[in-house]
Design a protein around this ligand. Sequence first.
Ligand SMILES: NC(=O)C1=CN([C@@H]2O[C@H](COP(=O)(O)OP(=O)(O)OC[C@H]3O[C@@H](n4cnc5c(N)ncnc54)[C@H](O)[C@@H]3O)[C@@H](O)[C@H]2O)[C@H](O)CC1
Length: 208
Amino acid sequence: MVPLLTKYKAMILTHSSSFITHILSTSTPASSPLHPSPKGFIDSILRHKFRGYCSNRGVMASSIKVVQNPDTISYLNQRQAAEVDEILMGPLGFSVDQLMELAGLSVATAIAEVYNVKDYNRVLTICGPGNNGGDGLVAARHLYHFGYKPFVCYPKRTAKPLYTGLVTQLESLGIPFLSVDDLPINLSEDFNILVDAMFGFSFHGKYF
Ligand SMILES: NC(=O)C1=CN([C@@H]2O[C@H](COP(=O)(O)OP(=O)(O)OC[C@H]3O[C@@H](n4cnc5c(N)ncnc54)[C@H](O)[C@@H]3O)[C@@H](O)[C@H]2O)[C@H](O)CC1
């Protein structure tokens, strides 16, 4: 899969934790009301964590570190992303559908900021069976409203109301659902952008 990916115009990963996806993916060096510093955001989560759970700040401080690269993009690893979600959904009281909506909207907004709709119109969103897949379904809906032409491949559907509702919303907009067999061998011939919403922090096993 990896060699193929290099051919795509863009590949968007929704792997990172929902609420922070956009902030991390579009972070700029300077803070502004629209683009808050990702470090500031993470710091506020960590402060909450320290306050709520930890009497030993040194230990907790070393357990989550935000890696900042020279381009000011920050990354969380799998465990860190899961921990942030636990805090958001626990003491901070966010619900899954609330976070999923924010994650999907953030991904769609990040795409719209970077890839103009005229040149990069056809977006394939490949959705897995869990919450990460749900993020992708939400992203497809917002991309439609931003003027893109989204396509969704959602081969392993989940019967829970949260997911069936998302599917109904996409169907009502006429967004095509493609089976795996419908997909061309060379995805880059048919699509300008690929959104990988297959697995998030619950992925286990090995990448190949
Ligand atoms: N609070 C939350 O949980 C939220 C998370 N958000 C996003 O969702 C993902 C995590 O979602 P989750 O449902 O826990 O699982 P995944 O989507 O990562 O995986 C789905 C499903 O797949 C199974 N699985 C894992 N590895 C494999 C494998 N090798 N082969 C087959 N199946 C596999 C796994 O057991 C899961 O059941 C998180 O990253 C966020 O992006 C939302 O934004 C909402 C809030």
